[in-house]
Ligand binder design. Sequence first.
Ligand code: SF4
Length: 678
Amino acid sequence: YRYWETKEVKTTCAYCGVGCQMNLVVKDNRVVEVQPAKGAANEGLLCVKGRFAHDFIHHPDRLTQPLIRKNGTLVPVQWEEAFSVIINKVEEVKQGYGAEAIAGFSSARITNEENYLMNKLMRGAIGTNHIDHCARLCHASTVAGLATTLGSGAMTNPMADVRQANLIFITGSNTTEAHPVMGAYIRQAQKQGSKIIVADPRAIELAEDADLFLQIYPGSSVALSNAMIHVILEEGLENTAFIHQQTEGFDSLKASVKKCTPEWAADICQVPAEDIRQAARMYASSGASSIIYSMGITQHVNGTENVMSLSNLALVTGNIGKPGTGVNPLRGQNNVQGACDMGALPIVMTGYQKIDAAETRKKFQEAWGVQLPENKGLTVTEAIPAAAEDTVKMLYITGENPMVSDPDTQHVKKGLEKAFLVVQDIFLTETAALADVVLPAAAFAEKEGTFTNTERRVQRVRKAVPPPGEAKPDWWILSQLLKGFGLEANYSGAEAIFEEIRQVTPSYAGISYERIEKEGLSWPCPTAEHPGTPILHQGSIARGAGLFKPVEWKASPELGLKDYGQVLTTGRILYHFHTRTMTDKSEGINQIAPHNYVEIHPALAASKGIKNGDEVMVTSPRGRITVKAMVTERVEEGVLFVPFHWGNGANVLTNGEILDPYCKIPGLKVSAVNIEKA
Ligand code: SF4
């Protein structure tokens, strides 16, 4: 194309939580190229997905018309018919079983404005708190853990701030593949002299030139943190002034880690005790240490305690509330932070205002003109089993694909098939294919709105091209339904919805489209004059005093299961995103990463007669998959790794039954399995 025939529209990447700014180059209503744009989050960088994986926008498989299942087949219908089927079904289920028989999943893929309306639809129009989204499967344990210990469940420091750290402790985050631009900041920090510790069951890219690599056994993070705190206290490396002035509960923490010697942890983590001592000394004495973590910490049946144990580590050394420090969870999807902020969670409204607080309900009841339910709602991980058991009769899923992303796929399928299922998405995903009603949504390049990235930065999403066929922005679809249920929803556009959000959400009250036009703003931003809050807990911990939460290491129930000889862990790869609904539409990406695989150590492969590229069967108590073997020393002998992106893949094997008691996240990172040649 000729550049003078094009226009550029600046927007926010729709893949990971880094929130890179990009220019969509548009010619004849088509996105013909993506170029990096300068933004506070990405400083002009983009990764391979952001730069090259946009074929999905104009892909012929896009949904272009509402579909309704008639005689077993999905057939195209007009919007009016689809809306009336949904509204009638909601009324029928409510009459027969009450609003509690309906659950909705909002989405980390849609805008803040759309998440807000999904919240309004489920709670305000339908009358249930059964609203949740895929944060339940990624950072629910972060929200539960850090809200308890620090008073805010979000990333404490901005991403680029990691360059101010003298020591970066990366645990359970394959940063260069899952959050590549953040990975670039870590590389820059390393070049400038920051030391790096990596703790991970796999020898990830960052481990190759880390100053210390702890190849820990899956599920052993609490033991590692406790032993590091043990060493810190034993060697007098704690920050006594900080503990005294800004924390509470230190004595019980001290008592709880007394027995957690490095030798004790070495057995559990399967790393040398001396390395644990070394890690503790490096972390405690650098002057500014930053913890970076992700799903290797959170996706465990003790995920919340994993997070709390990292918080203990930061508090005991005073590594919080300053540049180059902090407890920094990297959120997975582009707007998973925003979906949480907008109250797409069963126990809170926008800005984490608790639904069981009378003043919260009063505020929203007055704003929305409705009565709100009081009881605690179901999580994603509870609602799908409830559908399988027939207590949830209707599921409304927006922009999520539990048939690939959720544990124990066979059980998920049972639930989705049993319930009356509405799916709103841009493609006929594995989940949408099971639906009774499918609503075609606009993609990120086809609508206005905002996303909130992992560092709490609210940034603009801008319309570059029209949606295909009859597809509509999610906010339009949801406002039509709200009107159908008799609620006030005459929004002129996304900005009008954002203005409503500001009125009811103190942490967003000072943010406006005008203010975020250039750079975005990080919440909390309570007034129009407030500059936003890039670093949380500066001066004082949001909770008042940082709370030490003693946590005990417990073995995963999946470990040591009779008849299962290996442990499976799952994760992401650079080229694909989440359930591949978008990245598998890019030919170039598929050429590089065409199929699923399992990483297996050469010694285990040799003992099973498995060679690189062989078809192998991996079996767990939940099911069996057949994939290609990748023989590699990246994993230890008893550990296997399967990326979670493919359908009929890793999550066929994972356990959806045993959940973290605090936040109901499943233990996706530890599954008992066997591997054999197919
Ligand atoms: Fe998009 Fe994340 Fe890549 Fe940035 S790092 S371009 S936000 S996928």
